[in-house]
Design a protein around this ligand. Structure first.
Ligand code: BES
Ligand code: MN
Ligand code: MN
Length: 456
């Protein structure tokens, strides 16, 4: 595929400006204030697909944001690749920490800065341009279906129904997803697993109204103090989660699997430097790589209550709340874990307060076997374009639909992502390297080629 290089160098400027136009649309799925923008984003993806040569692009409505779908069936006896991605993004707050505004994309030092630059607009865009290449020069070697959804960042609540109702439409041999990261631009890698998720919100109520913290403080339970006590009881001195039966279903890795993970290069000093921390912290007995990929976790994502305005107000608040996520590993069931959390949280609440646990979304963990042809095709494609064999890794994040695709469609997913952990996804100043963008466009057509060849 000699001319993929030419295609990229000739069109690089156009690619960046097209991606900029997608990044300008603030498609924040979590915040209803952006509702129109999320719908506009679906239209923008549709137009992109039409421009690169897909006819009959569909905007499939759901109870929430739509799924954009298109397909090109060149020969039903050839394999079919289903490309999945998401066009929605995380909220961009806190806005004041952005060097350039999140929805006014900017190129600095060969990196594109914008919300969604990496997660996942930039990575979806690589597929669009790789398909543009294959369609324009008639080198698409197999059938392709593409579905880009708009609710991934809020748990894909409406996607299970969509998948169940469209099994025939989504029928494929393999699913290809770019929504993960590589270890480093010099160290390509492929995530062959994702964590599951259980997300809950808790509310602790003490007195029926806010009180004077001098008049009542010391005599009445302060819900913030209590919430902190309860949260601190969720881990023991080894940083293991204390919820009874939390680890019951965890499938421990074999020594060989742990060894494979340990082989993936990891630079602790750079890791700490990047995060501005002087020491790491995690579950005893596991490496940093393991803690962030194949071990379950419990983290408070947000906590509020009482007075947080300017200056000081002496108040003993009536309520305190927190949002808590638990990352899960293969064989743990998100609903079971949510129930275990709820029982435990209620059991450790003192009689001086009332607690409410509100479950949010969940999703199951996922693994791709590295001896599958899908993995091997991705490995070969990356080896060719990076000049190095990619290292198999396990991603710590979650893409809940991946386990569901397997359950409902019986199809495995290949997580051929091109981001970097340092791209600041979900953070201020999210960015995506031009190198990564172009490397993705270059690699994807090889995946199609090798996957088709290996399927014969
Ligand atoms: N692309 C990420 C998931 C990811 C990132 C996987 C890096 C592996 C490595 C995805 O957009 C994401 O953020 N997912 C959410 C899922 C949730 C909202 C249900 C997550 O992991 O928090
Ligand atoms: Mn993503
Ligand atoms: Mn994300």
């Amino acid at each position: 595929m000699q001319n993929i290089q030419n295609f990229i160098s000739e069109n690089k400027t156009r690619f960046i400006s097209e991606l900029f136009s997608l990044l300008k649309i603030p498609s924040v799925s979590a915040d209803p204030a952006f509702k129109k923008d999320v719908f506009d984003m679906a239209d923008a993806i549709k137009i992109q697909l039409e421009t690169i040569g897909f006819s009959d692009v569909e905007i499939c409505s759901t109870a929430g944001y739509p799924v954009v779908y298109a397909q090109k069936i060149i020969n039903s006896s050839l394999p079919t690749i289903l490309v999945y991605g998401h066009y929605d993004v995380q909220p961009a707050t806190p806005l004041d920490l952005w060097i350039s505004p999140p929805f006014e994309p900017e190129l600095r030092e060969e990196k594109i800065y914008a919300r969604g630059a990496c997660d996942d607009k930039g990575q979806v865009f690589m597929h669009l341009k790789a398909l543009e290449f294959m369609i324009s020069n008639n080198s698409l070697p197999c059938n392709v279906k593409i579905m880009i959804e708009g609710e991934e960042e809020v748990g894909s609540d409406n996607l299970p129904i969509f998948v169940r109702n469209n099994k025939e439409k989504l029928k494929a041999d393999i699913i290809l997803i770019s929504d993960t990261a590589i270890i480093d631009n010099e160290i390509p890698s492929i995530d062959c697993g994702l964590r599951g998720l259980s997300y809950v919100e808790v509310e602790v109520t003490g007195p029926g109204r806010d009180l004077h913290s001098g008049v009542y403080g010391g005599a009445v339970a302060n819900p913030i103090n209590i919430l902190c006590d309860m949260i601190s009881k969720m881990h023991d001195e080894n940083r293991q989660i204390t919820i009874p039966h939390f680890y019951d279903d965890v499938q421990d890795l074999t020594q060989a699997e742990r060894q494979l993970l340990a082989n993936a290069p990891f630079d602790l000093e750079n890791y700490k430097k990047d995060l501005h921390i002087s020491e790491i912290l995690g579950e005893k007995g596991f490496s940093t790589t393991e803690r962030a990929s194949i071990r379950p976790t419990l983290d408070v994502n947000g906590i509020w209550g009482g007075y947080i305005g300017e200056g000081a107000k002496t108040v003993l608040p009536s309520k305190a709340s927190a949002k808590i996520s638990m990352r899960l590993v293969p064989n743990q069931d998100s609903k079971t874990i949510t129930n275990l959390f709820q029982s435990y949280f209620e059991s450790i609440s003192p009689p001086s307060v009332k607690v409410i646990v509100k479950p949010h979304h969940g999703g199951e963990a996922y693994v791709t076997p590295i001896d599958s042809i899908g993995y091997k095709a991705a490995e070969k494609a990356m080896e060719l374009t990076f000049g190095k064999k990619p290292v198999p890794t396990r991603g710590g994040g979650s893409i809940p639909i991946v386990a569901l695709f397997e359950k409902e469609l019986g199809v495995k997913s290949i997580l051929m992502g091109f981001g970097l952990d340092t791209d600041a996804i979900h953070s201020p100043n999210e960015h995506y390297g031009v190198f990564n963008l172009l490397k993705g466009i270059e690699t994807i057509p090889y995946f199609y080629k090798f996957y088709t060849e290996m399927s014969k």
